[in-house]
Design a binder for this molecule. Sequence first.
Ligand SMILES: [Zn+2]
Length: 1029
Amino acid sequence: MFGDLFEEDFSFISNNHCGKGKKSKPRDSEPPAPRDFTKLSGIKNQGGTCYLNSLLQTLLFTPEFREALFSLGPEELGTLDDSSKPDAKVRIIPLQLQRLFAQLLLLDQQAASTTDLTESFGWNSHEEMRQHDVQELNRILFSALETSLVGTSGHDLINRLYHGIVVNQIVCKECKNISERQEDFLDLTVAVKGVTGLEEALWNMYVEEEYFENENLYRCGACDKLVEASKSAKLRKLPPFLTVSLLRFNFDFEKCERYKETSCYTFPIQINLRPFCEQTEMDDSEYMYELFSVIIHKGGCYGGHYHVYIRDVDELGNWQLQEEEDRLIEDKALRDIENAKEIENPLAVLKGILAEEESKQIPVDQLGQKLLEEKGVSWNKKYRKQYGPLRKYLQNHPQIFQFSPDENKVGLKEKHKLPFKSDSQGQDFQSSPQKNDVQWNSEKNPTRLRDGSAGCHWFDLNDSKVQPIKEKDIEKQFQGKESAYMLFYRKSELKRPPEARGNPRYQIPEHLLNEMNAANTELQKKRAECDSANNGIDLHLHLSSCYKFHNGALHPSLTWKESVVDLTIDRRKTLGDLRQSVFQMLESWEGDMILSVAKSLPAGLHLYQILDGDELTLDGIGLADGADLFVWNGKEVGGTKVMTGPDHEPVVINVLRLAEYNEGGKGQHFTESQHVFSCSTKVADLHTALAPSGGIILKNGSGLDKEAKNWEVFREEDMKETVKSVGLTDGCSVLILDSHDQSFVNVSSGNLTAFTYDISWLQVKNFCRTDGDEKHIKITATIETVMSDIKRKAIRELQLEEELANDSCLRPISGNGKLLSPVPEDYTVKEAELKMGSLLGLCHGKAPASTQLFLYFIVGSDQNASPEMEIVVEETVSVKECLNLMLEKSGLSGDDWHLRRIDWCYEAGEALSQENATLKELNVCRGDTLVIMEGKLPPKGFLKIPIWWLKSSSHKKHGENAQDQVNGMTCKMDALQVSPSGDSPEYIHPDMDLCYAGSIEIAGEASLEDLKMQYVLIWHLLICHVQWP
Ligand SMILES: [Zn+2]
């Protein structure tokens, strides 16, 4: 069906059809994988092209074919570079085939691409890639090649190698006339059905004779009648390469469907064709053929997969079987060990462990450790009995294990690491270690090669994959769903020149060698680039000259960007290489250069171990991408000695203190500040640093949550611990209580008893000392704190005598500085109605008990004349008793006194007339002021009524003097400028003055007329008693 596609159409080609592929091909960023250990290249499957790949590999491994192809030079084929030139006659197919073969032989890649070749066939679409029959393809390909080589010295290439002749003869029984017909063939098609193998099929075809007799007679031309005759076929000309197509696919006429013949069909590795030939008198060697390729079809008749077993005649590949090796080791192990099945082979186990170390050597004891970790067995327990000490065992296998010069480290010998290093021409195949189970090693034990005989290296080439197989494996393909489909034999007599052996470059024209060399160089370069890209790590170098040590850690003195130099380096390089690179970057560096691992911590940069061992790889010392390194002299930075290592890591601690009033902002009871300490700092030193004048420190492990239950006091025994050992890490909070305030702390649990947000403070001022020391101190408290506790703390903080506690009290101080009534000792801050932050005075004198009243009193209503005095009385004392106590305190005697409350205008007001009533009953309260007034109390039932005199301006003019006198008496009232209320006139005319005229005591039952009379009496008394100047 695609026979036409192989027709070489030069006009078509000159239309630049074939040349475009190379240019438009996108360059992969990842270079193709190198060849694996077999050193042979596979071919990529372009989508259903496995049949093509199998055939191409067969042709490649037909050295005579490829050499004949290579012998056609550019002068005959043209060059691919010219394929775009309109007039150039370029034979694309052979050129592309040459190039593909050169790639398969020399290019270090796991699998070659056939895109260029199939494009030269004109296959562009997927439809054209569709799977075809390999037998069909073989003929089409040969035909296309033959066509494309017309007019060149290679015109008979196919014929020379593959052309054979069969002769069919019919012999007349009567006249003995022989009728002869020749048939050309490039491959022989043989039956599978009903025969047991190739030899039987050939026998049936070329030995058995067919007879024309009875009904079925033959018309002899010579006799010109129907005669008995015998018909036979013989091989008249044998080609150097005999291709046999097996008729695996048949048509079942009954079922009317195609089917695949899966019965057993044997074929020999070597076959003697003499019995099937017309000429039989030649030397045996003329008839001997050897199998060299078996194309296998796997699957049914409507699809499947092809792969090929090929004998590597020139020994180009590395053929060694792990299984074989394993078997030999096992045999030995079986001899050595009784329980061979249970105990793993130590050689394989140790090799496996060391193989994972890649290029490194590891200490012998570390190998033992890894054995224990990976296999769960120790050498001594499992192997020592049979194999002796580990070191000795390793030394006994010098072909596998290699020791470091000091014998402390061990690794695999080079050839055990890399499947192959270079081919016989010295061309390097940069092969990374393959994780292949198959290990190739021909040097080690050549006797392990199959029988030591040459040319029996078989490989299974399955698209990209190439694997060595045993010749015996071919028998697996005699039958079944996966079975031989085409057989390729070569004449045994065809000998290969010795220089071709193991030499993939043999007979390849110079220009292709150069092209492949260049391509390999390019590949190596790309792989190296890719490799170093994959292995490149970025290191951040922090230069000590750009750093300062302060606040417990290193900080850049410039911006981060200016202080840090980035360096990209291959992780497989050594520390010495790194040091060299750094020296080169920092031209002006003098003296020792120490590289320390650095880490950016919340406190700043901290240094860890010094990098040591210049011969070690960066990977080996654990430097990862993005690592920070500090470049310094190893001692100091900017004159400050720098402590390094995990024991000196700086820790940022959040230090909380109770806020000054409103200092912390609304709702904030704390001020917070960050302090840095080395994690090795003793808690005692931390305490001293944060609370130099004493106080307690609490820690809060949970950081942000400042609930009381999370706070814990550092106990005395903690003081010897370190910041690290008590669990203080970055972001941990400590609370400093300035005073020795233990009242919030439950001593037994060490926990804070109050919620910290309740904790505030009060100020206390010393009023007990007369030396003018007006020191304020702060006392932490909650609203539940009892006053006596505050007092005791204040005395301690003020460093006063402890005894003072028995004779002192706390008195709030008003805004204008007045000492207010003392707060009972058993009151809480809340009960005392004290605002947080408010000022208290520590004063002499006992504070009243809650059953006592603190009272102020004055003598007479003139406050200036009489200083305000204070007294504490039981609230159950009677007015009489209270008066007596007050008189005693003020040094007055006699009984012509009574007590009044002070009224709203700070005047003597209502008299406490019920002398026997208790103060409590009369609702006298703490802090009230009482006035001691001269004279007896007014009789019972009398009222004291203040009299106000309203005078008009005109009146004022008229009676100025008198008015002044009245004013003189009431100047206090005027000065106060307080408007009277209640029973006083509400309406005050601007022209009128209101004067207090005094008060009148009058019986409650008295009439208004009586009151008026009383007033007139007083008025006259006033006027008359005043002496005018
Ligand atoms: Zn005849």
